[in-house]
Write a protein that binds this ligand. Structure first.
Ligand SMILES: [Zn+2]
Length: 305
């Protein structure tokens, strides 16, 4: 749903576009996914549509790869044109103006980036909560290929003091900055730790497959890739041959493992910065990521020093 005054009109980019009708300052939220107003069409349902309808969907909707769903805006947002140098970018479940947009100007997206939008239905079917040897865990709702995004962590951003004040509830907080956390909501909150993880977090909150993952397989990441707070440890029961026994901050990891995770791009951005300051080199830069989770699941024994 558009959050600014804009409507379809002649475009300088491609025939018809979404044209700003007011001055939109940099930082303004331009669009937000609105369940019920914006329409989600699973890829599987596309087959049931007529050829004409299918053409309309493919033309006007964008494809959300992680959920294999077409997202169709019900307002003039669907006329938004693509640009390699867009003036809006995705941020959470919104798009935000990344520079001032003037009346009469095209509002543009990079269609490729829209795949990272975190609209609330995005978790449907991609992962689910279920029972495991640790109590509860998060499982793949379908097959995923290595490198594919499974889901994003969502939740309120809170500060260090708020996190500590929640006691055991802090175990559900994902560290996303030196003093900031995400109070993770279901289903992501059920993600367990493993010393031999099959998923990793990029861009602070996006969960990617580190290897091919089959439908029904539990997904676990290494909590140390998201933790740097100098007070948290956890007794690990992941059962992997490479289990470290006690899990702590990223900086407590053997340097070789730090470099491995840095090379995979699955270390929170603020920890990457800390590691660079500490002189830990990144063998190859795949991505500067961030995204952290501490002890999301109370099934394991966590303690703050
Ligand atoms: Zn372990």
């Amino acid at each position: 749903m558009l959050l600014v005054n804009a409507k379809a009109g002649p475009s300088s980019v491609h025939r018809t576009g979404l044209i700003a009708q007011e001055f939109i300052p940099k930082g303004t939220k331009v669009w937000r996914f609105m369940p019920g107003f914006d329409v989600l069409i699973p890829e599987t349902e596309l087959k049931g549509l007529s050829a004409e309808s299918r053409t309309q969907v493919i033309y006007y909707a964008y494809f959300h790869l992680a959920t294999r769903t077409f997202v169709l805006s019900s307002d003039d947002d669907r006329f938004t044109n693509h640009s390699n140098n867009p003036n809006t970018r995705p941020a959470g479940d919104c798009t935000v103006a990344v520079r001032d947009i003037h009346p009469g100007e095209d509002i543009t997206n990079d269609y490729g980036e829209l795949a990272s939008l975190n609209f609330s239905q995005s978790n449907n079917h991609s992962v689910y909560m279920g029972g495991c040897d640790l109590g509860s865990g998060l499982f793949a709702g379908r097959d995923f290929r290595q490198g594919e995004m499974l889901f994003r962590f969502g939740g309120a951003i809170i500060c260090n003091a708020e996190s500590i004040a929640q006691g055991d509830g802090a175990n559900n907080h994902l560290q996303i900055g030196p003093t900031t956390y995400l109070a993770v909501e279901p289903p992501g909150v059920f993600t367990n730790h493993s010393c031999d993880p099959n998923v990793g977090i990029r861009y602070d909150v996006q969960v990617y497959a580190l290897r091919d993952i089959r439908l029904g397989e539990e997904v676990r990441f290494d909590y140390s890739t998201t933790t740097s707070e100098r007070r948290w440890t956890m007794h690990c029961r992941c059962g992997s041959p490479s289990c470290r026994g006690i899990i702590g901050d990223f900086h407590d990891l053997p340097e070789k493992l730090q470099q491995h995770y840095l090379a995979l791009g699955i270390v929170q951005a603020f920890i990457v910065q800390e590691a660079e300051l500490a002189g830990v080199s990144r063998p190859s830069v795949l991505s500067t990521s961030s995204g952290v989770t501490r002890s999301m699941n109370n099934n394991e024994t966590a303690a703050r020093k």
